[in-house]
Write a protein that binds this ligand. Structure first.
Ligand code: AMP
Ligand code: ZN
Length: 459
């Protein structure tokens, strides 16, 4: 498999650092407002990456953080005069609901920044000890970018003309303005009751240190893949690298993947510009979950997508073509077997080529057209039906365009409930045994933030 690694600006052969398991970190939402469909381009792309990795045979451990304290969340809670925890909890739950509506497979963990301030303080202390950071007059702590000679490599900044660094207290700033950035912000009256005690007095973490702390805590110092939208490349990811590498003295991320933006009328869809649609808006406009997935996935992740409501018709038609072919296949007697058509190899090869979704979908739609003709002509064979079913399962594993609405049998829900009870009682042997029993019936339970959900394996 080849992936385009932003740090070297080219496609590289991908091999996990340890065995067959891919450790993946993706920057999560800043929960000060509802995430929009532009944000979901990033999250659905990351879900797609995970689906492709598992389709080609890897196991994946996926961590996505929730940014529940930063400049924006504090400002919004002040504006609305509500406690920050109340604001962020509302939008966190809304985020999980939207992920579910878009059929995104839950991550293995959604750590919240506010639960990890101690971990951040430890990294900051290491950076102070190693003189990569300094305490300013107001008690805030800054990372000294000239103490790390690789600074700017990810974003390809030319810092040769830069003499001494200015300081930047804000979480976000532009590439034209690289500066020493805040690791720890000392308490100011505008922060209200949002602060933590620290060896350096009351304060709160900067945004960038949050992702260094949570990614390394759950995935180790050096892990496989880190994703985010292109806007996160600088300063956020550049700063994450500087903090992590300087604190641990070890490499941080093996492959950086960045998705391009979703645009509206040629400009970036963003919360601050107010030009956004939420998932709920679009479902109310008559888009289906599958049609939204089609819009978000049918353009290559490194190409900009221009979103408009006019895309609805084409997207619904495309996913219906997949659905009606699937329904048609299921009218036949289906026999067991693992055979696949030649197109399957080409499909997987496209996906393995830096997730070439448009190429893979081209293969899938040509195949559907060809097989529909064979059904029309009454030429299709039993073996072809079996192969088509298997290939459609692969396509769906990656894209999830089929709306299956399968009823969960009561036997499965009962076993899932017993497993949940065993997990609550920390009886891992029993919960594993129940998981295996479910697996034998062809079902798996995914632990989503809104509780366990039953899914048919492979679909
Ligand atoms: P935020 O909640 O602003 O921290 O963003 C969450 C994720 O969405 C990050 O990976 C961003 O890079 C990404 N993102 C934000 N706006 C867009 C957009 N218009 N198109 C694609 N990705 C975006
Ligand atoms: Zn991040």
């Amino acid at each position: 498999m080849e992936l385009y690694n932003t740090s070297v600006r080219k496609k590289v052969k991908f091999t996990p650092l340890k065995g067959n398991r891919v450790r993946l970190y993706t920057c999560g939402p800043t929960v000060y407002d509802v995430a929009h469909i532009g944000n979901f381009r990033a999250f659905v792309f990351e879900d797609f990456l995970k689906r492709v990795l598992t389709l080609v045979g890897y196991d994946v451990t996926h961590i996505m953080n929730i940014t529940d304290v930063d400049d924006k969340t504090i400002q919004r809670s002040m504006d609305r005069k509500i406690p920050i925890a109340e604001l962020t909890e509302t939008y966190t739950q809304r985020f999980f609901q939207d992920l579910d509506r878009l059929k995104v497979i839950p991550a293995d963990g959604y750590p919240r920044a506010t639960d990890h301030v101690k971990d951040m303080q430890e990294i900051i202390q290491q950076l102070l000890d190693k003189e990569h950071a300094y305490i300013s007059n107001d008690g805030s702590i800054y990372f000294a970018i000239d103490s790390y000679k690789e600074y700017g490599q990810l974003a390809q900044l030319d810092l040769s003309g830069q003499k001494s660094s200015e300081r930047m207290a804000d979480d976000d700033y532009t590439k034209e303005n690289p500066q020493d950035f805040a690791l720890w912000k000392s308490w100011k009256p505008e922060d209200g009751d949002v602060y933590w005690e620290s060896p350096w007095g009351k304060g709160r973490p900067g945004w960038h240190i949050e992702c260094s702390a949570m990614s390394m805590k759950y995935l180790g110092h050096h892990f496989d893949i880190h994703c985010g939208g292109v806007d996160n490349m600088f300063p956020h990811h550049e700063n994450e690298i500087a903090q992590s590498v300087c604190a641990t003295g070890k490499p941080f991320v093996n492959v950086w993947l960045h998705n391009e933006h979703l645009l509206v009328d040629g400009g970036k869809m963003s919360k601050s510009l107010g030009n956004f649609y939420t998932v709920e808006d679009l479902l109310n406009h008559g888009f289906t979950s599958e049609a939204l997935r089609y819009i978000l996935l049918s353009t290559h992740y490194r190409t900009k997508v221009n979103f408009s409501l006019e895309k609805k018709h084409e997207a619904i038609k495309a996913v219906q073509r997949v659905q009606s072919f699937w329904d048609r296949l299921n009218e036949f007697e289906v026999s067991d077997g693992e055979m696949l058509p030649d197109e399957s190899e080409a499909f997987i090869n496209s996906l393995s080529n830096d997730l070439d979704a448009p190429g893979a979908l081209g293969i899938a739609f040509d195949y559907i057209r060809k097989m529909n003709n064979r059904i029309d002509q009454k030429e299709i064979t039993q073996a072809e039906i079996t192969m088509a079913i298997n290939f459609m399962k692969q396509i769906n594993h990656a894209f999830d365009f089929l709306s299956l609405n399968i009823e969960v049998p009561s036997e499965v829900t009962n076993l899932a409930q017993l497993r949940e009870d065993a997990r609550k009682a920390k009886d891992w042997t029993k919960s594993d045994a129940l998981r295996d029993q479910l697996k034998e019936l062809g079902w798996e339970v995914r632990d989503t933030p809104s509780g366990p959900k039953c899914h048919l394996i492979d679909l």
